[in-house]
Design a protein around this ligand. Structure first.
Ligand code: ADP
Length: 180
């Protein structure tokens, strides 16, 4: 098990299942449809129950009829999860590194943190957005995630704590090696 405290203790890098995190908000690496998918998205909807998807449907109908654009974030209830909210964001699909992937990934982290800040939440947990089905190289994604979180925390007191939850020890180790 890995648990490393960075950025004066405000960023915690750890291994685990994000659906089990007892935090104010867990971030979902969603797709634009907001209607669920594989990976962490599937796990959040399975464990959280139908209430989450019902709210996602309302958000689609009222605010994003064409889907949530990559880099943006919205929030819903967390249903039966231990968290209070799910913040849904859409990461970039990795192409070749020349398609604004890093800017979009950075936006996904920043806009999720902004949602948490607006909701005045103390803690938020992120999965490694885009590094699964969306194919973003883990080393490159690590640098972008770290820089985006660091930048936000320097400028904002809320959220106080940010967890980066990696599904495997290898993924957590790659993150830690990549930001050195
Ligand atoms: P994306 O489509 O954004 O790539 P994925 O869900 O496919 O999203 O993968 C993002 C990351 O989340 C991957 O590193 C994957 O291993 C990880 N992951 C999958 N399920 C969980 C979970 N229950 N808790 C934490 N991380 C998870």
């Amino acid at each position: 098990m890995i648990e490393q405290h960075l950025l004066n203790g405000r960023l915690i890098v750890e291994t685990g299942d994000i659906t089990e995190k007892n935090v104010d908000a867990v971030v979902n690496a969603a797709n634009s449809s907001l209607m669920g998918g594989g990976g962490v998205d599937g796990a959040i909807h399975r464990r959280g129950g139908p209430e989450i998807k019902a709210e996602c449907k309302t958000i689609r109908q009222t605010s994003y009829p064409d889907g949530l654009p990559a880099g943006e974030a919205v929030h819903t209830t967390a249903g039966e999860l231990p968290a209070k909210y799910v913040i849904h964001t859409v990461g970039p699909i990795w192409k070749d590194g020349q398609a604004n992937e890093s800017e979009i990934l950075s936006n996904a982290y920043r806009n999720s943190l902004q949602q948490a800040s607006t909701l005045k939440l103390g803690s938020i947990a992120f999965p490694a957005i885009s590094t699964g089905i969306y194919g973003y190289p883990r080393e490159k994604a690590a640098r972008v995630a770290f820089d985006s979180i660091n930048d936000f925390l320097e400028k904002n007191d809320i959220p106080e704590k940010v967890f980066l939850v990696f599904y495997s020890e290898l993924d957590a180790q790659i993150f830690l090696d990549s930001i050195r």
